[in-house]
Design a protein around this ligand. Sequence first.
Ligand SMILES: [Zn+2]
Length: 418
Amino acid sequence: MPAIAAHDVTDRLAELARFTGRGAGVTRLVYDEAWCAAHRWLASEARAMGLAATADWAGNLYLHDPAVKPGHAAPPVLMVGSHLDSVKHGGRLDGAYGTIAGLLVAHASRGMAGLPVVGFVSSEEEGSRFHGGMMGARSMLGMVDERELDTVADREGITWRDALEDARARGCAAALPRAPFAPLFRPAIELELHIEQGPVLEAEGLALAIVDRIAGYRHWTAWIEGEARHAGTTPMRLRHDALAAAGEMILAAEHAAGEAGEPAVATVGFARPSPGLFNVVPGTCELWLECRHVRGDDLEALADAVTRRWREVAQRRGVRLGLEEGPGQPPTALSAALADAATDLAREMRLAHRRMASGAGHDTTVFAQAGVPTLMAFVPSRAGVSHSPDEATDDDHLVTGVQFLAALTRRLAEHTPR
Ligand SMILES: [Zn+2]
């Protein structure tokens, strides 16, 4: 297996970061100019290394030995990669790091015995242009319904279908096949290397996390209805202030998550009081609530605790509370067997490591929910910063992560029968 050198990783990450829209950090929204340029660059990089670069209809890229042909006759493969898109003004590592790792590991694994290794670059994970929900990974696994092409649209009203046509014209997606959309490769194992996006590894002085769970979340939109009254003439004791009630609810969510203990988190990320004037007691307020946890029962208990307290606040203050739950995601367990194999390897390589649950969702969530044995590994994020231009990881950690992934891939591919 050819060794992966430090500059193989760091030079390519620097190159990939050049493909970005205007402003600070990296902005690569799926199918936009910068995204397409990055897609083409990755494909040409793979070809220069002797790999085939195959795009599918959704703009996912597969980097593989030319001898391994895509299509339904293809053998099961070990897939390793991450996503190419970013948030607006995000960092240079989220997603990008895992795609470069996928490229290098696919190259290093060429001609190895056992499962063929395919690097993947998923087209869309962040949801920053379309709210289709992990459209990249879902399309890789044949989990897209043709109707979504017309129902999923961005802010400007451009549908997924139209955006794809545009991407095809620029050479960043293959022709749309006849539905149902079959996958090009069948993953027997999926691995994703990512930055932690949190502060734990750095705080504990560790080089690596083996991620065996991905947190689930539940979302609610809440409507609080009080009474809009003159703010000068309505005594405090006679008010039903919707925004004051909202304030108490926000703090109640914070307390409930604090009492549940880590890794429980609850967040109110949006509040809109109305009518929003100096001289009117707020009559209504809209809130967006999110609860996350890594275990299903605990997520349930957290959600119950928060919503029970909110109802108590509403009752005491004489305001009405409407709660509407939106789409959520259950907590997802990754493969325990792969996590054990990765832990053994980390020990053998003398890497300071720990097990960890991911608070954020990833492409891997989709693979795991589709029944594919999956595993993620994290490297430290400096100060835990992510989804920001300040996102950074020490070069040593970046290189170690890819070398670990390459060794793990080799071990798993060799020990899994074709
Ligand atoms: Zn990511």
